[in-house]
Design a protein around this ligand. Structure first.
Ligand code: VAH
Length: 311
């Protein structure tokens, strides 16, 4: 049985869909502290689970006989800077609770980390799997903490902790509070208004991945044999692009797309992040490979967003 925390964020719903297609609808339990829409509940079991309530989480793990926890609850980079104390509680205290349960009940635990777990002292092009990590956002700090705590519990208690560092994830669902989210919002504005006012400079290069590749990497990594894993944390990526490169690809479909640039504080975050992610360790140890390049991503996301706008 699999429990997904933070299930109504950018990754949760489609993560549940993928895992249910492999393990069966009733073996994957989506959870969050938000009331779900009807269609979410129709797709499979959904429960209330607050990662800050250790006892409640423990009850869920026991009553649902959970074996794996996919821990997605977190405040992302930009929103974390606006609410540091909440980010500390959710991203750090929440992680402690989930990791403690993983230890006590011998759960396999997946925690996503991020390009945001690196900072200005890390090599940026490329950023290797093992290098200095001194991030400058509370999101990044909390994700380095998660990586270190997970690795410690693995070596000290044998906890099966697994962590993938994701680049910016591109989906048709508008995520909340990330720095890479311009690359999702642009599709909506381009289709609705034929223009996009970007908060990052046109040449800001960031590693990115299509959500389908992101979630497939999670599933393949979670089912990889233990002996193939040389690390507990792996970088994964598919491509890197800039706002102007993305706009140029979208213009092939929406020729009238007009870009404007209105830089805000998220530029400072992006300037500390990797530009190119080296995921050769993941490709070598457990056979990671991406399937969506930028052309395929743009075609697919445009199609999905068109469907959402018409709906
Ligand atoms: C963010 N989309 O921008 C998230 C992610 C790699 C970026 O962590 O904060």
């Amino acid at each position: 049985k699999i429990l997904i925390t933070g299930g109504l964020g950018q990754l949760g719903t489609q993560c549940a869909r993928l895992l249910r297609s492999k393990y069966g609808k009733n073996n994957v339990i989506l959870s969050d502290i938000i009331k779900p829409k009807e269609e979410i509940v129709e797709e499979g079991p959904y429960i209330f689970a607050d990662i800050l309530d250790f006892k409640g989480l423990q009850k869920a793990v026991v009553t649902h006989r959970i074996d794996w926890i996919i821990h997605l609850s977190a405040l992302l980079s930009a929103i974390g800077e606006q609410n540091v104390s909440l980010a500390v509680r959710v991203n750090i205290e929440g992680m402690h609770n989930v990791l403690e349960l993983a230890k006590q009940y011998k759960l396999r635990i997946f925690v996503p980390s991020t390009i945001g777990a690196f900072g200005p002292d890390s090599p940026r092009n490329p950023t290797p799997n093992l290098t200095i990590q001194r991030p400058r956002t509370i999101y990044g700090v909390s994700k380095v903490h998660a990586e270190l705590m997970g690795e410690y519990y693995h070596h000290k208690f044998g906890t099966d902790f697994r962590c993938l560092r994701f680049p910016g994830v591109i989906s048709a669902d508008e995520p909340g509070g990330g720095t890479t989210d311009y690359a999702v919002a642009i599709f909506y504005d381009a289709l609705r208004r034929g223009q996009y006012n970007c908060y990052l400079k046109p040449d800001t290069m960031l590693p990115m991945i299509h959500i389908k590749d992101c979630l497939r990497s999670l599933l393949e990594f979670m089912t990889a044999p233990e002996e193939s894993l040389k690390h507990r944390c792996y970088n994964v990526t598919a491509m890197s692009f800039t706002p102007e490169e993305l706009a140029e690809k979208i213009s092939k479909y929406i020729p009238e797309l007009k870009m404007s640039y209105n830089i805000d504080s998220r530029q400072l975050i992006a300037d500390d992040w990797p530009q190119v992610f080296d995921d050769s360790e993941a490709r070598k140890d457990w056979g990671w490979k991406h399937e969506y390049d930028l052309d395929k991503l743009v075609e697919d996301i445009l199609q999905q967003v068109r469907g959402r706008i018409r709906a």
